[in-house]
Design a protein around this ligand. Structure first.
Ligand SMILES: *Cc1c(COP(=O)(O)O)cnc(C)c1O
Length: 230
């Protein structure tokens, strides 16, 4: 067994323990393996250990990797910031995008989704802890954006995504993630059929699962420390 394969098992055990503690079924929570900065060989090792969904931040890097791994039945998630001039590549190559926070980006993704591909799955990135310089739609504006995105033809709005600043302690992390859960519930009550809460990373996946996360994005605990920042 390789290090990546052993690490994957450790992360799966963490997810299972967190689900048990929260009295949630373990298949409520999808593991997204964040492979940014790591090469195709690392992805192949994770796939050989049963991992199917992979997350990437840098679009150009991701598109090259996706091409080199086209022989494998993988599901690719864009979790990095998207400039307007990169929407076409995202629409062409990814199955999911978690970082939509403006209608203009969503409109371009919808227009540029190639005919013949299924709708692109979308999460809205929400600035849940309100950092002034951070990406993400403000929670107060999320409902308006969600309804507009849900009306676009070639997208399928699935839910919300958050990247809160690190806070110390399980309870503080859980309370922050619970705000996103409440926002998702409000949108569902408002008629949007959302099923995805993309929240929790290596450092806080237990707290995210306790608060209701359905998808945790884990890089470091699977692939190790990254050589360059991300
Ligand atoms: C890098 C990254 C992750 C993974 O972070 P780790 O701490 O390495 O698990 C998750 N989500 C996003 C948006 C990221 O950029």
């Amino acid at each position: 067994m390789t290090t990546i394969q052993a690490n994957l098992q450790t992360v799966r055990d963490r997810i299972a323990a967190a689900c048990a503690a929260a009295q949630r079924p373990v298949n409520d929570v999808t593991l997204l393996a964040v492979s940014k900065t790591f090469g195709p060989e690392s992805v192949r090792q994770a796939h050989a250990a049963g991992q199917r969904a992979f997350g990437e931040n840098y679009i150009q890097e991701a598109v090259e990797k996706i091409a080199l791994l086209a022989d494998l039945p993988l599901e690719w998630h864009c979790i990095g910031p998207i400039q307007s001039n990169k929407t076409r590549l995202v629409a062409q190559h990814f199955h999911w995008v978690h970082t939509v926070d403006r209608l203009k980006i969503a409109q371009r993704l919808s227009e540029q989704r190639p005919a013949g591909l299924p709708p692109l799955n979308v999460c809205l990135q929400v600035n849940i802890d309100g950092g002034a310089t951070k990406a993400g739609v403000a929670p107060a504006d999320a409902a308006q954006l969600a309804h507009a995105v849900a009306a676009l033809p070639h997208l399928r709005l699935r839910g919300l995504m958050t990247i809160p600043d690190p806070v110390d302690g399980f309870e503080a992390q859980r309370a922050l993630h619970a705000q996103a859960t409440q926002l998702l519930q409000a949108l569902r009550a408002d008629g949007l059929p959302l099923d995805t809460l993309s929240m929790g990373m290596t450092a806080d996946l237990e707290a995210a699962i306790a608060a209701g996360s359905t998808l945790v994005r884990v890089g470091t605990a699977i692939f190790g420390g990254r050589q360059r920042p991300a």
